[in-house]
Write a protein that binds this ligand. Structure first.
Ligand code: ADP
Ligand code: MG
Length: 324
């Protein structure tokens, strides 16, 4: 049986480019660039809550880091360092090999160094802390939205939620074609954090958030912190295309409230509209203006969604709440 130290050595130790001292001592040592702030965030992934028990280990590894990278993207920060605290129910070397392959695939993609962590026995739980840097005072904060800003989202929404519904067998059979099924399951298991977009928006957007709990819930955080309301137009929200018939209410709920998209939602002055479209073109990433911010309504919902005929769309639940 390998020891804890064999495991750390074999699966979690790599030469770290970004650090002065990485895995192997009591603490890692890092140096941040002059004129920059450190951005720090942590996200836990728990079996059965954040990923299905039978999710391939490669994707558990990829996603446990990717969801953290997404928080750096949402701040406009460059991710550089991560720590990994992992509880394992037993030592399954085949699982560990795949987990670490997926984790490092994501780390390599974004030039992130794993600089430390902790390894212990317990119910499968993966806690990643990520650190990145950004020029002082250039962060894309949730409280920076301004009245009259356009509201934008990247990519398409609802794919991950459909992928989850598919894996949980909650969709009528044949709702998704074989190709659509694969696209949606990939979106769920291997999200692509929008780091390049976050960086490009540093001098352009007033606020940003990554969509992990559903568009309406996460945009709601921007609005609340910025004391604003918003009007959105359903037809402008870039959503997953399904070739077969699907109930409109169900689709709206998946797209607007479904979680796990890891796209960015951001606000920017209307004067930046063309600059933003140019960024999308350069990054080969669809960017859609879906509405605008309004004064905060005193007693009503902050957020209203209309269809193209100006009819309000009623949506029951807003976002995913782990304790809800
Ligand atoms: P300590 O007992 O001083 O906390 P550990 O034995 O827990 O040290 O860890 C030894 C070294 O391995 C430390 O540098 C720690 O940061 C690193 N480490 C432990 N687990 C992991 C992991 N899962 N991923 C990356 N580094 C790890
Ligand atoms: Mg330790």
């Amino acid at each position: 049986m390998p020891t804890e130290f064999n495991i750390i050595e074999k699966y979690f130790t790599r030469a770290s480019q970004n650090a002065d001292l990485g895995v192997g001592d009591d603490a890692a040592l890092i140096q941040i660039s002059a004129g920059h702030q450190l951005a720090v965030s942590a996200d836990m992934s728990v079996a059965g809550t954040h990923f299905l028990a039978d999710c391939p280990a490669y994707f558990v590894g990829w996603k446990s880091l990717a969801v953290n990278v997404s928080d750096m993207a949402a701040m406009g920060a460059t991710p550089k360092w991560a720590t990994l605290a992992i509880a394992l129910p037993n030592i399954d070397e085949a699982w560990l090999a795949e987990f670490s392959r997926g984790f490092f695939a994501c780390a390599d993609e974004f030039s992130i160094s794993l600089i430390g962590g902790d390894t212990t026995r317990g119910p499968l739980n993966i806690s990643v802390q990520i650190m990145g840097e950004l020029p002082i005072d250039k962060a894309l904060r949730r409280d920076g939205a301004k009245l009259g800003d356009e509201i934008w989202v990247s990519g398409t929404l609802g794919e991950a939620a459909l992928g989850l519904a598919q894996l949980q067998k909650k969709l009528p059979e044949n709702t998704l074609s074989a190709t659509e099924r694969q696209v949606c399951i990939d979106a769920l298991q291997a999200p692509q954090p929008r780091v390049a977009l976050g960086l490009a928006l540093q001098y352009i957007a007033n606020s940003a958030i990554d969509i992990s709990d559903g568009l309406l819930a996460d945009l709601g955080h921007i609005l609340e912190r910025s004391s604003l309301g918003a009007n959105l137009v359903w037809e402008k929200v870039p959503h997953v295309h399904i070739s077969n018939e699907i109930d409109t209410t169900k689709l709206q709920s998946l797209v607007l409230n479904g979680g796990d998209d890891y796209e960015l939602c951001f606000t920017a002055p209307a004067s930046q509209h063309d600059a933003i479209l140019a960024i999308g073109k350069k990054l080969n990433l669809k960017l859609s203006a879906i509405g605008e911010t309004t004064p905060a309504p005193p007693h009503k919902n902050r957020l209203n969604v209309y269809d193209k005929n100006h009819q309000a769309i009623e949506l029951k639940s807003v976002g995913y709440d782990h304790f809800g």
